[in-house]
Design a protein around this ligand. Structure first.
Ligand code: 13P
Ligand code: SF4
Length: 365
């Protein structure tokens, strides 16, 4: 333990440039035994080492299809759990820093969701009337809950299709943990705002009356992403005063008001593609995480596109940022030495039920 701590400390002192060369060397040695998956929010010094990059949906597919013995996930904990659930026996999923969590995912837990299900059963029959839908940004046991209650997982890029499927099963949806993705998607499908109620998990019966529950189509968990909630409609107004021809694009984890004022709303991959496909000279205001917006700015400035970050304050995903070149190098060099470090292993019982919910999603998407 002491030896391991000393090695990590030495590595933390290495510069990013020194790590860069050692990461490349370790990748070369591991060859096809290794695949590095990188989410769009990863910092540049890590992102450049990803063999495959993408949004949560694409990375889930890639994890399910990979032949590599080691899947190193440069992203956050729930993403690595999904990769482990979808991986084959003999594959190992590694998260370079185990503290890379997701504050949104932490807003729901199994005890609270089970309590909500019990509370709801005092008003209706949840297993007959409600499809539980968990955003992929959630722990594996919540995916398992959905798997065993006829429910499903969604991502920001397939939420609409998944809600269509959910309403074909049962008349209502309990959507957790992100209130905003649920509301933005439901509204885009034509569900009026007054048919989407918010479940406050700290209140008896979610702070709702039986009448409100009975007349709701979607029950939205009161959870949010601390990064995306920083974006405000006033940021858009101020920007458009200065640049009236600019286009606004936001991630659906942003508030309803921000998404309503945006020209486009979609997943990180949708944001990347929309800006990539836009005409030279287009000016963009982007409501998503800073590292992705910085990369888009750098990539497209040469094409005369100008990409701006929505908030005047820094809104970085601090947990995505925990994956640094030093930790990535340590994880890879450990593999070269024959040691698997920071392995993510979802317990089998949970994994099997979570896989039902994930496979339903992958089939529908
Ligand atoms: P995407 O699936 O759009 O990449 O979103 C993941 C996420 O965590 C956004 O905050
Ligand atoms: Fe989670 Fe928000 Fe970070 Fe996405 S940006 S990983 S939702 S904390």
């Amino acid at each position: 333990m002491v030896a391991k701590a000393a090695v990590i400390k030495q590595q933390i002192q290495l510069s990013d440039a020194e790590c860069d060369a050692r990461i490349r060397a370790a990748k070369k040695t591991l060859g096809e035994r290794l695949v590095i998956l990188g989410h769009h929010y990863q910092r540049e010094e890590v992102f450049r080492h990803a063999d495959i990059s993408g949004d949560s949906l694409k990375l889930s597919y890639q994890a399910a299809q990979s032949e590599a013995e080691y899947i190193v996930f440069c992203g956050v904990h729930f993403m690595a759990e999904v990769a482990d659930i979808l991986s084959r026996p003999g594959q190992a999923v590694i998260l370079p820093d185990l503290a890379a969590g997701c504050s949104l995912a932490d807003m729901a837990n199994l005890a609270k969701v089970e309590r909500a299900w019990r509370d709801l059963s005092s008003v209706l029959d949840p297993d007959q009337q409600i499809t539980p839908v968990t955003y992929i940004n959630s722990a594996a046991d919540l995916k398992a809950f959905c798997g065993s209650h006829g429910g499903i997982v969604c991502t920001s890029s397939n939420a609409r299709k998944i809600l269509d499927w959910s309403f074909a099963q049962r008349e209502k949806v309990l959507f957790f943990p992100d209130e905003h993705l649920g509301r933005n998607t439901g509204y885009a499908m034509g569900i009026p705002l007054n048919e989407m109620v918010v479940w406050d998990f700290n209140q008896p019966l979610g702070g709702l009356t039986p009448e409100q529950i009975n007349s709701a189509k979607i029950i939205l968990w009161k959870g949010f992403c601390s990064v995306h909630q920083m974006f405000q409609p006033a940021h858009i107004d101020r920007f458009l005063e200065k640049y009236p021809d600019a286009k606004v694009i936001s991630h659906p984890e942003a508030s309803f008001e921000v998404c309503q004022k945006s020209d486009y709303v979609g997943s990180t991959s949708f944001i990347v593609k929309t800006i990539a496909d836009s005409a030279p000279g287009t000016r963009w205001l982007v409501g998503t995480e800073l590292n992705l917006v910085k990369r888009l700015h750098e990539t497209y400035k040469h094409e005369g596109k100008s990409v701006h970050f929505m908030s005047p304050t820094i809104c970085m995903c601090s947990t995505m940022f925990r994956i640094d070149p030093q930790q990535l190098m340590w994880a890879l060099e450990s593999l070269v030495e024959g040691r698997i470090v920071n392995r993510i292993c979802v317990p089998e019982r949970e994994s099997t039920r979570a896989k039902h919910a994930l496979e339903r999603m992958l089939t529908i998407s």
